[in-house]
Design a protein around this ligand. Structure first.
Ligand code: NAD
Ligand code: MG
Length: 380
C-alpha cells in the first residue's frame, strides 16, 4: 500500500527534495498534505503534480488566492492552526518536518500526538523542546526518523547495535562558507559570500548556520535527544569533503561510519523507506577518484558557536530554547543586512548570559523563553 506523506515546508530545500524522492518512486507514495510559507507559485505547481488532499499556507490572503487555483475538493487551511491541523489530520502515515525554525514545534507535537511517524529535518524543534518531542514520541510509540545527514548516518551506524555499547559519536562538519578564513578575516564578509556553501545547496538560514557553526551546535543538541547520549560523548570534527556523514565509536574501539556523496535525497529517502533501501538518482561514491579525505580538530576560538551550543546543552532546560531563538533572530538580522557576520555569535552569547534557564519546561514555558530570547536578541 502506498505510504501517505504530508510535508511541512514543501517549497523549501528539503521539501522540494522530498518531492523529488517521491516523484522518483511514484507508486510508493501518496501525497496527503503540503504546506508552504511563501512561494505560492511553486506550491500550486506541486499541487498540480502531486494532488494533495490538503494544503496550508501562512496567511488568509494567500489561502484565498490558492483556493482559486486548486482542484475542487482540495482543502486549503492557513496559519499556525492550519499547520497543526495539516500535520495531525488526514490519513498520512508520515509527516516530514521541513519547515525552518522553532515555529515548527506545535505542528510536530500535533503530528506525534495523532500517531504519525515523523521524518525530522526541522532540527530546531528538538533543540527548543527535545525532551517534549522525544517523550511524546515514546508515549505514542511513534518513530522519529532523522533526515539530517549526520543523524541519518548515526542512525544507520547504530542499526542492530546495543545502545549501551556506544562510546562516542562524532558529527562531521564541512566548515561552511568561510572554513579557510581566520576569525579576523570574517568582520566584513557579505551576505552573498556567506550564502555560498562549498558542498551543499540549502535554505538561507541553515547555510548561514553552517558558516557560523551554529548548525553543528544545533546538531549536537539534536543528537543528544535523538540518541539519548550525554554531551561528553558527542564530538565534532571538521571534514571538508562531506563524504563521511558521521561516525560512531563502540566500546571495543570499532568505528562505524556512513559514507556517500553529499546529497540530501539519500537520508530523506531512507527516512521514508526504512528499513528498505531503494535506488536513487544520486551519484556513486568512488573513493579511488576521491583520493583523500581530511579531518581537522574543531576550534572553539574560531567557532564560538560550538562552545555556546555545548554550554546551552549542558545548562539544559530553556537554555537551548534561548540559544536557538537568539540564533534565529540574529541570522534573520544578518540576512537583512542589519548586523555584521560576527554579531551573530555575539548576540547569541549576550542572550545566553542574560538567560536564567528553567529546568524541564512545558510547552508554554518554552514559548515564553522563545519569545523572551527573540525580543532580547532583536535589540542586542
Ligand atoms: P528552506 O528555507 O529552504 O525552506 C523552508 C520551508 O519552510 C519553505 O517551504 C518555507 O515556505 C516554509 N516556511 C518558512 N516560514 C514559514 C512559516 N512562517 N509558516 C509556514 N511555512 C514556512 O529551508 P531548508 O533548508 O529546507 O531547511 C528546512 C529544515 O531542514 C531546517 O530546520 C533545516 O535546519 C533542516 N535541514 C536542512 C538541510 C538542507 O540540506 N537544506 C539539511 C539538514 C537539515
Ligand atoms: Mg546536517
Amino acid at each position: 500500500m502506498a505510504k501517505k506523506v504530508t510535508i511541512l515546508g514543501s517549497t523549501g530545500s528539503i521539501g522540494t527534495q522530498t518531492l523529488d524522492v517521491i516523484a522518483n518512486d511514484r507508486e510508493l507514495y501518496e501525497v496527503e498534505g503540503l504546506s508552504a510559507g511563501s512561494n505560492i507559485a511553486l506550491l500550486l505547481e506541486q499541487v498540480d503534480q502531486f494532488k494533495p488532499k490538503r494544503v496550508c499556507v501562512a496567511s488568509a490572503a494567500d489561502a484565498a488566492e490558492v483556493k482559486l487555483h486548486v482542484p475542487a475538493g482540495t482543502e486549503v487551511v492557513h496559519g499556525e492552526q492550519g499547520l497543526i491541523d495539516l500535520a495531525a489530520g488526514g490519513q498520512s502515515d508520515v509527516v516530514v518536518t521541513a519547515i525552518v525554525g522553532s515555529r515548527g514545534l506545535g505542528a510536530t507535537l500535533a503530528a506525534i500526538e495523532a500517531g504519525k511517524s515523523v521524518g525530522l529535518a526541522n532540527k530546531e524543534t528538538l533543540v527548543t523542546a527535545g525532551h517534549l518531542v522525544m517523550s511524546l514520541a515514546k508515549q505514542r510509540s511513534v518513530s522519529i526518523m532523522p533526515i539530517d545527514s549526520e543523524h541519518s548516518a548515526i542512525f544507520q551506524c547504530l542499526n542492530g547495535e546495543n545502545p549501551r555499547s556506544i562510546k562516542r559519536i562524532t558529527l562531521t562538519a564541512s566548515g561552511g562558507s568561510f572554513r579557510d578564513r581566520s576569525r579576523d578575516e570574517l568582520a566584513g564578509v557579505t551576505v552573498e559570500q556567506a550564502l555560498k556553501h562549498p558542498n551543499w545547496s540549502m535554505g538561507a538560514k541553515i547555510t548561514i548556520d553552517s558558516a557560523t557553526m551554529a548548525n553543528k551546535g544545533l546538531e549536537v543538541i539534536e543528537a543528544r535527544w535523538l540518541y539519548d547520549i550525554g554531551y561528553d560523548d558527542i564530538d565534532v570534527v571538521i571534514h571538508p569533503e562531506s563524504i563521511i556523514h558521521s561516525y560512531v565509536e563502540f566500546e571495543d574501539h570499532s568505528v562505524m561510519a556512513q559514507l556517500g556523496l553529499p546529497d540530501m535525497r539519500v537520508p530523506i529517502q531512507y527516512a521514508l523507506t526504512y528499513p528498505e533501501r531503494r535506488p536513487t538518482p544520486t551519484g556513486r561514491l568512488d573513493l579511488v577518484k576521491q583520493g583523500a579525505l581530511h579531518f581537522r580538530e574543531m576550534d572553539e576560538q574560531r567557532y564560538p558557536m560550538m562552545r555556546l551550543a555545548y554550554a546551552a546543552g549542558r545548562a539544559g532546560g530553556t537554555a537551548t530554547t534561548a540559544f536557538n531563538a537568539a540564533n534565529e533572530v540574529a541570522v534573520a538580522r544578518f540576512l537583512q543586512g542589519e548586523i555584521g557576520f560576527l554579531d551573530i555569535d555575539r548576540i547569541v552569547e549576550t542572550v545566553l548570559e542574560k538567560h536564567a534557564p528553567i529546568a524541564n519546561p512545558d510547552q508554554a514555558t518554552i514559548a515564553d523563553a522563545d519569545a523572551w530570547a527573540r525580543m532580547t536578541s532583536s535589540s542586542a
